[in-house]
Write a protein that binds this ligand. Structure first.
Ligand SMILES: [Fe+2]
Ligand SMILES: [Fe+2]
Length: 302
């Protein structure tokens, strides 16, 4: 999907959003509710923000892609909607939202220090880890309101990952295979660090719900693998279309590939020499005053 498609998606997704039935009682015990309210308040802080820095960076880096800027603005609005849902869940479980936390401070510091591309990467790692977290909460708890809120958030997060994957696919299609591998390796390191930080912060709550560390990392890694496939598939599609362009009949005369033309000409000349049709030495019978004699002829057809 291009930027305009994503803009249409976000515009559509704003409408007809079902609201969880907040009035339903919670069947969870007090210990679990306390752990959930603390853990959810940290995620709530992470989802809060106006995205001013991100959008300003996008405008500076991609000045012509106005549809992408608008889509990004709606993406930030959608994250704000998640923050609202999480705030209501925190209140439901008897907790209070927070304004500061070391994970949030670390995230903000790192993402602003290393530029727009890195900030998007960090956002994606947060989406992937968050997806694993919400999925485990949904499968491990029996609270109907938490279940409905997680369904809404997970549906959006899957699209957020695809939105960023499309952007990274476009960026990766301009990289050499080796550069793509290096990018992928550093992304995986970043993702692993984010997953470890998330487990340190939310492991206690997830353990109370019955989930364990291996389960959390398995979910998160599955999401990461799904994400990494998308940009590389897009880059492969771009490469295939480029190859098709090169091998098409008229590409030899395309001025975009001068070195390719030279190589092709050299190969053709060499092939002629090997095949020997025009340049090979050949023998022909000619009449001479002494009778018919064989004569060596070069560069002529038989
Ligand atoms: Fe979110
Ligand atoms: Fe998201």
């Amino acid at each position: 999907m291009n930027s305009l498609d994503w803009l249409h998606y976000y515009q559509q997704n704003k409408t007809n959003r079902p609201e969880p039935k907040w009035g339903l009682p919670s069947p969870l015990d007090a210990k679990m509710q306390r752990a959930l309210s603390r853990s959810l308040s940290h995620f709530q802080l992470g989802e809060t923000g106006e995205g001013k820095f991100l959008i300003a960076q996008a405008r500076a880096q991609l000045p012509d892609d106005t549809a992408y800027h608008q889509a990004l603005e709606l993406f930030v609005v959608e994250e704000g909607e998640h923050a609202r849902l999480l705030q209501r869940l925190v209140h439901r479980f008897g907790g209070r939202t927070i304004r500061h936390h070391w994970t949030h401070t670390l995230f903000r510091f790192v993402r602003r220090a290393l530029g727009f591309k890195f900030e998007i990467q960090l956002l994606v790692t947060a989406e992937l880890v968050g997806t694993a977290y919400y999925r485990l909460l949904q499968t491990r708890t029996r609270d109907p309101v938490l279940d409905e809120a997680c369904t809404l958030i997970l549906k959006d997060e899957a699209q957020h990952v695809d939105f960023h994957a499309d952007w990274f696919g476009d960026f990766q299609s301009r990289l050499l295979p080796l550069e793509r591998e290096i990018w992928s390796a550093q992304f995986q390191l970043l993702f692993t660090a984010a997953a470890i930080v998330a487990w340190i912060d939310h492991g206690y709550c997830l353990k109370i719900t019955g989930a364990n560390r291996a389960e959390f990392f398995r979910e998160a890694r599955r999401e990461c693998i799904r994400f990494l496939k998308q940009p590389s598939q897009r880059a492969a599609r771009e490469l295939n279309s480029l190859t098709a362009e090169i091998t098409s009949a008229d590409c030899c005369f395309n001025s975009r590939f001068p070195s390719f033309q030279i190589v092709l000409c050299l190969v053709a000349c060499r092939w002629q020499m090997i095949a020997g049709e025009p340049l090979v030495a050949c023998w022909r019978k000619v009449r001479t005053p002494y009778g018919s004699m064989p004569r060596k002829i070069r560069g002529r057809r038989r």
